[in-house]
Write a protein that binds this ligand. Structure first.
Ligand SMILES: Cc1cc2nc3c(=O)[nH]c(=O)nc-3n(C[C@H](O)[C@H](O)[C@H](O)COP(=O)(O)OP(=O)(O)OC[C@H]3O[C@@H](n4cnc5c(N)ncnc54)[C@H](O)[C@@H]3O)c2cc1C
Ligand code: SF4
Ligand code: SF4
Ligand code: SF4
Length: 853
């Protein structure tokens, strides 16, 4: 086939340039170097957990707190009662126990004497927003909207701000001074607060909406669910939410000595603790679930048990017993199953097994629903079956144009941090709505968090015991609401923070000296290249183009390929090769000239042209003797084997000189045509790979595959019993057949192999890859050192260039052909690297010897 070379070169150049754009876009889109950590992804408000924990580990407590406050204005509160979903995903948990990120937050918050709030308001705006309800959802919405400059008014039905923080969660878990102190920021920011005002009673929702540009409804789930049994309003019967609210408001609640609490969740456990603190002598907590299924946090259940709360599992209340008009006990039946096969709450009972418990008081804590009836009255606001407010999932807008909602009122009872997250999202929607912007566009950030890191847990981490929270002794808890958990001391906090694995992807950088040396991840590198690729070309020219990064990367991103494309572009733009590439140029110029080139037919079988041995250029530079012996051997086994001396053009290819590379390949093709050969046997894996990719029409076989097929020479040097590690050169990572044949030859020689951690398709560069040595000699030395120190054994290479680099650091190394043909290999394994002059001389000697054949 006749190819127009100029046209082909032009096509390559244009295609390569287009490739750069695609590669850069791919890195920017897929590289996980900026992917959220597991903890951050799982946290509903996406706190930079890794960041604040790291600052604590460094003793920078104020900085840590400032970082937390960038997304969370209430660190002392969340530091105590957050449901800590981040901890469930913490990767340290795979080693021993999750990092206790929640309590670390409390640690930094508690150390601060005077709150150092950032009270900056972006830009004062005249538009007014009403926030109904001052639980976490309302507080967050108000905070965010005020920070954006809106005139915000919180309207709250009860006498204080806080919602369930104040009226639900008991004081022994969340002291009131902490709530007062942290909610102080609302006042400081200039948010107007109207207390004791219930929307839907004194003011109708529609009237409110007329006075404000937008309304946020964060009314929570305020009504306890009921059992639906006869006599549920008897004296001595309370419902969880109302019971806790009364206690938290300081009202006198008469509970007697014996209490039954119904429910297996956190609210029920809070109720049980509260009853003990109010003076109950006996508290029985009864629930449908078996112990393992109880939805309350295990640590909360354990603390309750320590305080002598008796837990009765798998029982459902059947009948409320009474003495006159007063409650006196409950008859229970055995609950055989709580959830059906589809996982839906659908309890089944065995009526034959009944149990009766007597008590003075029962508190029913089996769930809550919103009190939305007042809001709906006289308004078009839509609610669903359970009276929950209906919203669009992304924007949190209700069916009323200017009314938004979030928190437990929408989701049903959940958690503080989830309510905060919805408050923030609603604030974004309200801001956009007032500014007349699209509410939905670019609201898919959550997608980012659905795709967090993929990271292997580093090996060798010492396992530590779970850090236990110092708590108030059980005997000091009765009859008071003193805080139960005491928080971390500085020593404990430091130890805990230092457990963090600082999760990050960087599977590439962790295994690449080039990226570590330049302290950059591929995304940063791509960003830099997009800004200006030509500022410091020594960077892309000092990559080994070994492509290990691509193998290690979960997305398969190959920075080596990117560097190669940049090199080609630089050559195309006239900015490269660099002055440092002078030696590469002269290597290519002379090595492919007729001074060193040769095309010779097998002198004994000139007519039987069928295959050619192509030793490449590094093997002849290393040892003319080995090439001669190999060629003799091949001719004896496969008569009619010719020989070609030349280079595959690898160095030109690697420095991006594609025209020169094509020229060299064309020269090689002409040599093949001259000899009339149709199969090429290569000794070098780089030649093998390059020719396979760039001359796919050629029939190529490795020398070692051939050796396995035709059998090794009869007389071999003594090698058996010696242990070696094999260094696979970079191009061999793609050539499994080549690597397997090498190992089979070693086996036939009787050598023992101890593979290195980085071998096969995950092999590491010898240092010389990508022609980077002249560009960054210091980095080159470092990479060679890294590889030679990976094994205590002597190395076997099948690239003479790699052997040369290892010998430069005095690592005992042999070429595989030494073990087949060199009787003094044991002595030569410590032969020093040869200088340039010697290597040229060797090539010349080889050519002379071959010509004489
Ligand atoms: C006992 C108990 C313990 C809990 N413990 C934890 C815990 O440890 N960790 C955790 O993460 N979560 C916990 N939760 C859950 C958590 O408190 C809630 O998920 C969260 O408070 C919901 O926030 P919210 O803003 O949606 O509603 P709420 O906190 O319920 O606040 C709603 C507010 O709206 C007000 N309001 C209602 N109707 C009107 C109206 N019409 N007009 C004006 N104001 C109105 C209410 O008075 C209230 O102040 C607990 C809940 C309870 C009940
Ligand atoms: S180890 Fe550290 S960074 Fe990793 S998930 Fe846990 S807290 Fe987050
Ligand atoms: S391995 Fe490197 S290139 Fe691949 S995703 Fe991770 S950081 Fe990005
Ligand atoms: S090709 Fe090799 S040297 Fe270059 S970035 Fe990848 S691993 Fe590092």
């Amino acid at each position: 086939m006749v190819i127009d070379k100029a046209e082909a070169a032009d096509k390559i150049t244009l295609r390569e340039i287009m490739d750069i754009e695609t590669l850069l876009d791919e890195v920017m889109e897929k590289c996980r170097s900026v992917a959220p950590t597991y903890c951050e992804a799982k946290c509903p408000i996406h706190l930079d957990v890794k960041g604040y924990v790291k600052l604590i580990a460094e003793g920078k407590y104020a900085e840590s707190l400032a970082l937390i406050r960038e997304k969370l204005p209430f660190p002392g509160i969340l530091g105590r009662i957050c449901s800590h979903p981040c901890e469930t995903e913490c990767q340290r948990g795979k080693v021993d126990h999750p990092v206790l990120a929640r309590t670390l937050k409390r640690f930094v918050a508690d150390r601060e004497e005077i709150p150092n709030w950032d009270l900056t308001i972006k830009e004062q705006k005249k538009e007014k927003v009403a926030v109904v309800g001052s639980g976490p959802a309302g507080l967050m919405a108000a905070y965010e909207l005020r920070k954006k400059g809106y005139q915000v008014t919180i309207i709250e039905a009860l006498s204080h701000l806080g919602g369930m923080l104040r009226w639900g969660i008991p004081e022994y878990r969340l002291p009131r001074d902490i709530i007062d102190r942290e909610l102080g920021i609302i006042d400081k920011l200039g948010v107007e607060v109207k207390l004791n005002t219930r929307i839907g009673e004194s003011i109708a929702l529609d009237d409110l909406a007329k006075d404000y540009e937008a309304v946020f409804l964060g009314i929570g789930s305020q009504i306890s669910a009921r059992l639906g049994l006869d006599g549920e309003d008897l004296q001595g019967i309370y419902h969880g939410i109302e019971f806790l609210r009364n206690v938290n408001m300081g009202e006198q609640v008469d509970i007697g000595n014996r209490v039954i609490v119904i429910g297996g969740g956190n609210v029920a456990v809070d109720v049980a603790h509260t009853c003990l603190k109010l003076g109950a002598k006996e508290v029985n907590l009864v629930c449908l679930e078996c112990y393992e299924e109880m939805p309350a946090f295990k640590c909360e259940i354990e603390e309750a048990e320590k305080e002598d709360v008796k837990i009765h599992n798998s029982l459902g209340p059947k009948k409320l017993l009474r003495t006159g008009s007063t409650f006196s006990g409950v008859e229970f039946v055995r609950c055989t199953q709580v959830f059906d096969a589809e996982g839906h709450f659908n309890p089944t009972f065995d009526d034959c097994h009944t149990t009766t418990l007597e008590a003075d008081t029962i508190v029913i804590a089996i769930g809550q629903v919103p009190d939305s009836a007042g809001l709906v009255k006289g308004s078009q606001l839509k609610v669903n079956d359970g009276n929950y407010l209906k919203v669009a999932p992304l924007t949190l807008r209700t069916n009323l144009e200017k009314v938004f909602a979030g928190g437990d009122a929408v989701t049903g009872p959940r958690s503080v941090v989830e309510a905060l997250a919805m408050g923030r999202e609603a604030a974004i929607s309200i801001d956009r709505f007032i500014r007349g912007e699209d509410l939905s566009v670019n609201r898919d950030q959550e997608e980012l968090y659905k795709n967090p890191l993929e990271m292997e847990i580093p090996s060798g981490i010492q396992k530590l015991d779970r850090t236990s929270m110092p708590v108030l002794p059980v005997e000091d808890r009765k009859g008071n609401f003193k805080e139960m958990e005491l928080g971390f001391s500085e020593d404990i906090a430091l130890r805990e923070a230092r457990k963090c694995l600082s999760c990050e992807c960087l599977a590439c950088k962790k295994n690449c000296e080039f990226l570590s040396h330049h302290d950059m991840n591929p995304r940063e590198f791509a960003e830099k290249l997009m800004r200006d690729y030509s500022t410091d070309l020594t960077v892309p020219f000092s990559c080994n183009i070994c492509n290990l990064c691509g193998k290690m990367c979960p997305e398969g991103l190959d920075t080596g390929k990117l560097c190669h494309e940049i090199r080609k572009k630089a050559v195309n733009d006239g900015l490269a090769p660099l002055p440092q590439h002078k030696s590469v140029h002269s290597h290519q110029k002379w090595g492919t000239s007729w001074v060193f080139k040769l095309s010779k037919a097998d002198p004994r079988n000139k007519k039987q042209a069928s295959r050619v041995f192509f030793p490449g250029c590094t093997l002849p530079s290393y040892s003319p003797d080995l090439v001669m012996k190999t060629y003799e051997y091949l001719r004896s086994k496969l008569p009619g084997t010719d020989i070609i001396l030349n280079c595959c053009g690898g160095p030109s290819y690697l420095i991006g000189e594609m025209d020169r590379f094509q020229e060299i390949l064309d020269g090689l093709e002409k040599q093949m045509e001259y000899l009339g050969d149709h199969e090429i046997i290569t000794a070098c894996a780089k030649c093998y790979h390059i020719l396979k990719v760039h001359r796919p029409q050629w029939k190529i076989r490795s020398l070692y595959e051939t050796m396995v097929a035709v059998g090794l020479p009869r007389s071999l040097p003594k090698t058996s019993g010696k242990v070696f590690s094999i260094h696979d050169c970079c191009p061999a990572r793609y050539e499994e057949k080549f690597r397997q044949a090498v190992r089979e030859v070693m086996r036939l020689l009787g050598c023992d192999i101890e593979e290195m951690e980085f071998s096969g398709e995950k092999t590491r560069c010898c240092g010389g890859g990508g022609m980077m040595a002249p560009v960054d000699p210091v980095l080159f030395e470092k990479i060679v050192g890294l590889r030679v120190n990976e094994t205590p054994h002597d190395l076997v290479t099948y690239c003479a260039g790699c052997r040369q680099n290892f010998a430069s650091q005095k690592k005992p190394t042999v070429h595989l052909l030494d073990l087949v043909f060199n009787r003094t290999w044991n002595h030569d394994r410590i032969k020093p690297a040869q200088n340039g002059k010697q290597r040229w001389k060797n090539r010349w000697i080889l050519k002379r010897q071959l010509k004489r054949l």
